[in-house]
Design a protein around this ligand. Sequence first.
Ligand SMILES: [Ca+2]
Ligand SMILES: [Ca+2]
Length: 89
Amino acid sequence: MTNIKFASAALILALATGAAFAAGMEEKAQAPATGFEQMDTNHDGLISKEEGALREDVATLWEAADANKDGSLDAAEFSAFETTEPAQQ
Ligand SMILES: [Ca+2]
Ligand SMILES: [Ca+2]
């Protein structure tokens, strides 16, 4: 009888620890590396405004990031945006 109780307690503890561990892992993955490839979801080599909306900073500073005002970000514009880290005005 007590053996069964102990076994279930151990199982519950193991599950709880596993869940806590998984939750911790998920929290670490919260800041995803969203690079050009990840944002260019249709892989046409450009980030459209819709694709740019995936990232809040890109969406917010879209006008500044789209340097040539053609309505999309190419790799050069995106990397310039990434390296400039423009200060919020
Ligand atoms: Ca695209
Ligand atoms: Ca552009």
